[in-house]
Design a protein. Structure first.
Length: 99
């Protein structure tokens, strides 16, 4: 299993409504793209966020499914909207050891 984390710093002009719509689109990816085990989205509750006030956590069956999702049209559409709404984002991929 591999975990894909996206930290999001919205533009100051981005409304909460637009972010909520984006997060609904992100959550819908689980029903569309094979290999996604789970998706969590929401506000960062840490006081040390450095402007990254929202985030997405996606768990994939394996790295091959993570890589395949990058070019899926539904994911590309979500990333395009993310880029329009955010000043910047950070991706972090963490392999989880198998026991």
């Amino acid at each position: 299993m591999i975990t894909h984390v996206v930290l999001i710093q919205p533009k100051s002009s981005t409304s909460n409504e637009k972010l909520l719509a984006l997060f609904q689109d992100v959550q819908a990816l689980q029903e569309i793209i094979p290999g996604i085990i789970s998706i969590s989205v929401g506000e960062n509750l840490s006081h040390y966020h450095r402007g990254f006030t929202y985030g997405v956590i996606m768990r994939f069956v394996d790295e091959a499914h993570l890589q395949a999702h990058h070019t899926h049209p539904a994911h590309v559409a979500v990333v395009t909207e993310l880029d329009n709404l955010c000043q910047q984002s950070i991706d972090f991929d963490l392999p989880e050891p198998t026991l």
